[in-house]
Design a protein around this ligand. Structure first.
Ligand code: HGY
Ligand code: MN
Ligand code: MN
Length: 427
C-alpha cells in the first residue's frame, strides 16, 4: 500500500457511510442535504488539517488555499492560481466515486506535492486551491453544475434562486438556511481571476479506458485518461396534460390519459435517438399528478436528457421528440408543453492544458489516452471562462450514476500520482 493508495482510499473510506440509500442502493447526497453537508464538513476538516485556508464563497463553492510561503493571501497573490477539485453531491442512488474521487484525490495530491516541496524536489511559483462545487448533478434543483454556472454567469442568479426542489423549497430558501446570502449570488469575476487553470479528476463514466483500442491482452486498460471534450447536453421537461378521473368509473373510451401519451412518447424518444449516430436521449424521471393507483393522472411531467457532439443535432432531436409528443398527446385527447431546463454546449478542453496534462500523465501512464466524454462536469462549465482540463480514472465496468460504479484502489492511487504530476507541471 503506497502512500497514495493509503490516503485517497482512506479518505474515501471515511465517507463511505455518508448518505447511503437503503431503498435505491448507492448514495443519495443532494446539495445541502444532511449527507452532502456532512461531506462538506469532512472536506473542510481535512483541508484545515493540512493548514489550508478554507472559505465558502457567495455561490456556495468551498475553496481551500495552499498559498505561496510569505504570501499576503490577497487577490494579487492568489490571482491566476492553479485550482483542482470536483463535487460532493450525487444523483439519487449514485456511486461512491462520482465527485468524491476528484475531491479526495485533490487532498491526496496536495499531500504528495507538499512532500515534494518539503524535500526540495518541487519549487512552486503560484498558489494552489482545492475547490468543491455545489449541485453539480442538478438532482435537487434541476440545473446541472449550478455552482459553477453561478460563478461564471452561465445562469442568471434570479432564475437560479427561484428553482424549486421536489418539496417546493426554493434554492434561495435552502441556500439561506445553509448560511449563504442569496442576494450575493451570481457571476464572481474576482473568483474567476483567481483561477489560472482548473483541473478536475473524475471517475471515468463510460467504456473509454476499457475499449479494445486501449486494453491489453488481459483486457485491462490504462489507469488514467486525459479529457479531450465533453458532449453537448441538455435537459427538457415535457408536461402532458389530460383529464384526471376515477380509475373505476371512467370507461376507456372516455379517457384523456396523459400517462398513456407519456408512455408512448418515451418509446418515441428511444426510436428517434437510436436512429441518429452518436445521439443519446434518456427519460429517467417521470412524475404523474396526483400519482394515485386508482386515479387517472391529470398531468404527467417527464424529464428528457439529450446529448450529441453537434449542438445543432441535439436541437433537431429535441424538436423531433417534441413534435412526436404533440401528435401522441393529441391522439389521446391531451396536450403537451416542452420547457428547456438547462443546456451545455459541446466543450473542447484548452489545447495547451491538454498537452501539458498528456505529457505529465504519460510519464507514469505511458498509454494514457485522450478521451471524449458524454458526462457533464464543472470543468466543462468553467472551460467557457478559464483554461480547464480533466483526468479520468479507470472504472472497470464503466457504469456510473449507479451503485455499481467502481474504482480499484491501485487505479485510484495512480490517479492521485497522475494528478500530482499534472499539477506539479503547472505549479
Ligand atoms: O449528467 C452528467 O453528465 C453529469 O454526471 N452531471
Ligand atoms: Mn454525475
Ligand atoms: Mn460528476
Amino acid at each position: 500500500m503506497n502512500v497514495h493508495t493509503h490516503t485517497v482510499n482512506t479518505l474515501l473510506g471515511a465517507i463511505a457511510g455518508v448518505g447511503k440509500d437503503a431503498r435505491r442502493g448507492g448514495y443519495t447526497r443532494p446539495v445541502h442535504s444532511s449527507a452532502e453537508t456532512t461531506l462538506r464538513e469532512w472536506f473542510t476538516a481535512e483541508a484545515a488539517a493540512r493548514s489550508l485556508e478554507v472559505s465558502t464563497d457567495a455561490n456556495g463553492i468551498i475553496w481551500a488555499w495552499w498559498d505561496l510561503p510569505g504570501s499576503a493571501k490577497d487577490e494579487a497573490s492568489r490571482r491566476g492560481a492553479l485550482v483542482t477539485g470536483s463535487h460532493l453531491d450525487s444523483v439519487p442512488g449514485g456511486g461512491a466515486f462520482d465527485g468524491p474521487l476528484g475531491v479526495a484525490s485533490a487532498l491526496a495530491a496536495y499531500d504528495e506535492l507538499a512532500g515534494r516541496v518539503a524535500t526540495g524536489s518541487l519549487v512552486r511559483n503560484r498558489a494552489l486551491a482545492l475547490a468543491v462545487f455545489p449541485e453539480e448533478e442538478g438532482s435537487r434543483f434541476g440545473v446541472a453544475c449550478l455552482g459553477s454556472r453561478l460563478l461564471t454567469g452561465a445562469i442568471d442568479p434570479a432564475r437560479a434562486l427561484q428553482l424549486r426542489d421536489g418539496e417546493g423549497n426554493t434554492f434561495a430558501e435552502v441556500a439561506a438556511a445553509n448560511g449563504l446570502d442569496p442576494a450575493r449570488m451570481g457571476r464572481d469575476d474576482a473568483a474567476l481571476a483567481r483561477i489560472g487553470d482548473f483541473i478536475e479528476l473524475h471517475v471515468e463514466q463510460g467504456q473509454g479506458l476499457n475499449s479494445p483500442a486501449h486494453t491489453d491482452d488481459a483486457g485491462r486498460g490504462p489507469a488514467v485518461a486525459v479529457g479531450g471534450s465533453i458532449l453537448g447536453h441538455g435537459r427538457w421537461r415535457l408536461s402532458f396534460f389530460g383529464q384526471g378521473n376515477h380509475a373505476g368509473t371512467t370507461l376507456m373510451a372516455d379517457r384523456a390519459d396523459p400517462m398513456v401519451a407519456a408512455a408512448q412518447a418515451i418509446v418515441a424518444v428511444r426510436r428517434i435517438a437510436a436512429a441518429q449516430d452518436d445521439a443519446r436521449a434518456t427519460v429517467g424521471r417521470i412524475e404523474p399528478v396526483p400519482g394515485g393507483t386508482n386515479a387517472i393522472a391529470s398531468r404527467v411531467d417527464m424529464w428528457l436528457d439529450v446529448r450529441h457532439p453537434d449542438d445543432a443535432v441535439t436541437a433537431m432531436l429535441v424538436e423531433k421528440i417534441h413534435g412526436q409528443a404533440q401528435k401522441l398527446a393529441a391522439f389521446e385527447g391531451c396536450s403537451v408543453h416542452l420547457t428547456e431546463e438547462s443546456f451545455s454546449n459541446t466543450v473542447h478542453f484548452d489545447s495547451g492544458l491538454v498537452r501539458s496534462l498528456s505529457n505529465s500523465v504519460r510519464r507514469q501512464v505511458p498509454d494514457a489516452p485522450l478521451l471524449p466524454t458524454g458526462a457533464g462536469h464543472d470543468a466543462g462549465v468553467l472551460a467557457a471562462k478559464v483554461p480547464a482540463g480533466m483526468l479520468y480514472v479507470r472504472n472497470p465496468s464503466g457504469i456510473s450514476h449507479s451503485p455499481q460504479e467502481h474504482v480499484e484502489d491501485d487505479d485510484a492511487a495512480a490517479g492521485v500520482l497522475a494528478l500530482a504530476d499534472a499539477l506539479a507541471e503547472l505549479l
